[in-house]
Design a binder for this molecule. Sequence first.
Ligand code: ATP
Ligand code: MG
Length: 253
Amino acid sequence: MHEISLNHPRYNSLILREKMAKAYQEGILADTALIAHGRGEAFDYILGEKTNLPAIKAIKVGVSAMLLAENPVISVNGNSGVLAAEKIVELSRLIPATIEINLFYRTPQRVRKMEELLENAGAEKILGRQEDDYVPIAGLEGPRSRAHPEGVSRADVVLVPLEDGDRAEALVKSGKKVITIDLNPLSRTAQTASITIVDNVVRTIPLMIQELEKLKEYPRDQLIDMVNEFDNKKNISKSLEMISNHFNKEVSS
Ligand code: ATP
Ligand code: MG
């Protein structure tokens, strides 16, 4: 690890980068995970590295959908595990939701390391383990099609941070409500999900926990209304507006 001074203007971003680089060196992440992280960083930069109003709206709706779900599942990929394992485990306990490992570049060694990472973060039950059985998701092939019979396969609502576009689309097609966390409002995942949170997973998961504390006191009908009234496309447009405002501001200042 390099020394990063606390007063460095890019301190938080550099800390996350170091975390990702370390996880890559330890073999948890594939090299392409670092590239995906870089794409996220670029979008986060232009979003001001803070959670914007449209994201807060989507967080509230997403948490409501998870509270209403019969079988909510949190699908954890390498990046979200490395960046937010403890908070993901806490959220899964509070909802309560099942945790399932879902790696894009799945190798037995990486799956084992993810199991270890989640166990160290306090997870008691983890699906998608190396030896676990799976049912393929219709429309997908190979490791990406993996869905645990007791997890993603039978879920009605799935939280899939940083999901791949094809898989997000296949999950929506199979009738599930798909909540994603993706900094790129234009990605196929962001565009196809049912509820898109355009924000950094590092900020989103703790905010989901905060919102959950409030929303669990709400009457069920109110949560249902909130989910039914939500217009994902409109909400994504608001995130895009924030991005274009950012550029307009830069040009005019
Ligand atoms: P898609 O497959 O949905 O079209 P893509 O191919 O552009 O997306 P992927 O590599 O499949 O991108 O997924 C990485 C996505 O995760 C990118 O959209 C990136 O912006 C986003 N991302 C990266 N890091 C974070 C993070 N920390 N929090 C939220 N989103 C992130
Ligand atoms: Mg992709």
